[in-house]
Design a binder for this molecule. Structure first.
Ligand code: FES
Length: 124
């Protein structure tokens, strides 16, 4: 059981909180899609980085150690995770600040998910 609040200055008129069933292997991206939250994505496989989100734990123990090698190396190459954050995630189960929405499993905790999204009326 988890409330996931999505926030985006550009893509959402206001924050949207949805209820997600934890433990069903749902990712942040799949929860977003189910609720028509427009988090950008392309590969769904931890390879492109387009689904980058900032995650803030709102309640409960922070849980975030499930970083795959693929996600770690992509976040590193984007400059979005430090060696200390990786260590903290792996030894203390602390959620790093940035995650890939397609790789992050929703756990039993309330989280805030911030993403950039497209600018309304943006130029092509
Ligand atoms: S959609 Fe490509 S890394 Fe998540």
């Amino acid at each position: 059981m988890a409330n996931v609040t999505f926030s985006s200055r550009h893509a959402l008129a206001k924050d949207v909180t949805v209820y997600a069933v934890a433990g069903d292997r749902g990712t942040i991206l799949s929860v977003a899609e189910k609720h028509k939250i427009p988090i950008p994505f392309e590969c769904r496989d931890g390879e492109c980085g387009s689904c980058l989100v900032e995650v803030v734990t709102l309640t409960g123990k922070t849980m975030g150690s499930m970083l795959t090698d693929k996600e770690k190396s992509l976040l590193k190459s984007l400059g979005k995770i430090s060696a200390a954050e990786i260590t903290d995630a792996e030894t203390n189960d602390v959620m790093p600040k940035y995650r890939l929405a397609c790789q992050t499993i929703v756990r039993d905790q309330d989280i805030l998910v911030k993403f950039a999204g497209d600018q309304p009326g943006g130029s092509d």
